[in-house]
Design a protein around this ligand. Structure first.
Ligand code: NAD
Length: 496
């Protein structure tokens, strides 16, 4: 068991706090580390050092900033499995899943290495006689990131590499539930040659986040997490005149037309609902069966029943434990509510046991049918291996249902009809759409474009939108008189 250090002014240091948060292995509930609640003085040090470093870092040529990202990408790849092992040990994710978490982050670092071309401005010559207008892209200053537990490698890597490549400095406040992975990422960033103070990592919860949201030195805040906290972050950060991008919770629907390939539908539904124990913001939590497709629910039940949780390094485990006892209790409570409200509980994951790990936060695959919009299991983000099936008559009904949802992170349609797919992608009010793809997370050259209650802000995470988020545009209108050119020529002649 160890105390997690802070990363302040380029040094890994022990906090002087007397308040520590237990980091547990969710497969056993044993305490594996303690994360400090960073003190007010330590927060000041992080912010001050990031502020001072900004004035040096922003003058560092963009190609040098890109080279740090190239070295970082190479180091992350070399250490890929080791990072995944740390990640598995503190989240319980299966090793395969943990490797995916790391890899999706590496892809963003790769993209950040292209920063010179992403920061190019625009030019129009002769906007008036002898006048040109051009835009310059400049960094904002000190930016902060607050991240959730469920992707402790990928989500920090959505944020700080791009912000720093743009010339900003960055303060990361990772989830207090799994801070060991982000600390490994910070260590490798230092080894990649990032100058001291460009990245700082602080730990804690609301108090530390509040400081980042209110301190005038911080210019922009990136947040990923639950809906209530996401709204709070957006409201508080913008009230303190910061730029905020706040990615929040979700309830993602997969719509199944009867002309889809049944086996593909079943495989996709099982993987997208119980994979990672349903603890993905893009997990499918609602399956909307259109017409005859409802007849596939018994086969779906059979396939889901074959999935089982287990330890991260156990071959054959379909997914790991729930992150905490509290989260497991919430899931079990919601399953009970679904039953009480009249949904058909086809598979009940409560009371799940895993051999040799009696204290883990296990929830078995859970399947409901006959779910309606007024039920709590439909309205709440359960964030567990629970799938709710709904039944409608037409594609139009399905589109209306999905569009009534207050969330808009992801959705997918399974069909063999190009016309239906075209209609769905056009009419659906959701920011990320999969056609025969259950979890349509865009690669880093696009952006992560959740809508409605799943996102508060304007510019989304990673890709071109993140570069806009982490920079200001300066537009220069310049006039050079032809008489200057004449004067220059005369001067040259005199010099000769
Ligand atoms: P969370 O909202 O509990 O915590 C996220 C971060 O906010 C953590 O760093 C935490 O310390 C901090 N925090 C918690 N309470 C706070 C408060 N009252 N004031 C200020 N800061 C606070 O989320 P979580 O449980 O760690 O993560 C799961 C949630 O994240 C789910 O809702 C999931 O859908 C969402 N998520 C969304 C996306 C997306 O891209 N939209 C991606 C991943 C996860």
């Amino acid at each position: 068991m160890k105390n997690v250090p802070l990363y302040l002014e380029g040094e890994f240091v022990q906090s002087q706090t007397d308040q520590w948060i237990d980091v547990t292995d969710p497969a056993t509930n044993e305490v594996i580390a303690k994360a400090p609640c960073t003190t007010a003085d330590e927060m000041t040090r992080a912010i001050e050092s990031a502020r001072k470093m900004f004035h040096i870092w922003k003058e560092t040529p963009v190609s040098e900033r890109a080279r740090v990202m190239m070295r970082y990408q190479a180091l992350l790849k070399e250490n890929h499995d080791q990072i995944a092992e740390i990640l598995s040990s503190e989240t319980g994710k299966t090793f395969e899943d943990a490797k995916g978490d790391v890899w999706r982050g590496i892809e963003v670092v790769e993209h950040a290495a292209n920063i010179p071309s992403m920061m190019m401005g625009e030019t129009v010559e002769n906007v008036a006689r002898d006048i040109d207008t051009y835009s310059i892209t400049q960094p904002l200053g000190v930016c902060a990131g607050i991240t959730p537990f469920n992707f402790p490698a990928m989500i920090p890597l959505w944020m700080f590499p791009l912000a720093i490549a743009c010339g900003n400095t960055f303060i990361l406040k990772p989830s207090e539930q799994d801070p060991l992975t982000p600390m490994r990422l910070a260590k490798l960033f230092e080894e990649a040659g990032a100058p001291k103070g460009v990245l700082q990592v602080v730990h804690g919860a609301k108090e530390q986040v509040d400081r980042l949201l209110t301190d005038p030195v911080i210019k922009a805040v990136s947040f990923v997490g639950s809906v209530p906290v996401g709204r709070y972050i957006y409201e508080t950060g913008t009230r303190h005149m910061k730029r905020v991008q706040s990615l929040a919770g979700a309830k993602n629907h997969m719509v199944i037309l009867p002309d889809a390939d049944k086996q593909q539908v079943i495989n996709a539904l099982v993987g997208a609902s119980v994979g990672a124990a349903g603890q993905r913001c893009m997990a499918i939590s609602v399956a909307v069966f259109v017409g005859e497709a409802q007849r596939w629910i018994p086969e779906l039940k059979q396939a889901m029943a074959a999935a089982r949780p287990g330890a991260w390094n156990e071959a054959g485990a379909s997914y790991g434990p729930i992150i905490s006892r509290k989260a497991k209790e919430k899931i079990e409570h919601l399953i009970g509510r679904g039953e009480a409200e009249g949904a058909n509980l086809l598979l009940d994951g409560r009371g799940c046991k895993v051999d040799g790990l009696p204290n883990g936060n296990w929830v078995g695959p859970t399947l409901f049918s006959g779910v309606t919009e007024d039920m709590e299991i439909y309205k709440e983000e359960i964030f567990g291996p629970v799938l709710s099936c709904m039944e409608v008559d037409t594609l139009g009904d399905a589109i209306e249902l999905v569009n009534r949802s207050p969330y808009g992170n992801g959705t997918s349609l399974f069909t063999s009809s190009g016309g239906a797919a075209r209609r769905y992608q056009h009419e659906i009010d959701v920011g990320q759409v999969g056609i025969n793809v259950p979890i349509p997370v865009p690669l880093p050259f696009f952006s992560f474009t959740g809508w409605k209650g799943s996102f508060y802000g304007d510019q989304h995470a990673y890709g071109k939108q993140a570069v806009r988020f982490y920079t200001e545009t300066k537009t220069v209108t310049a006039r050079w008189f032809s008489s200057d050119a004449q004067a220059e020529t005369n001067f040259s002649i005199r010099m000769r």
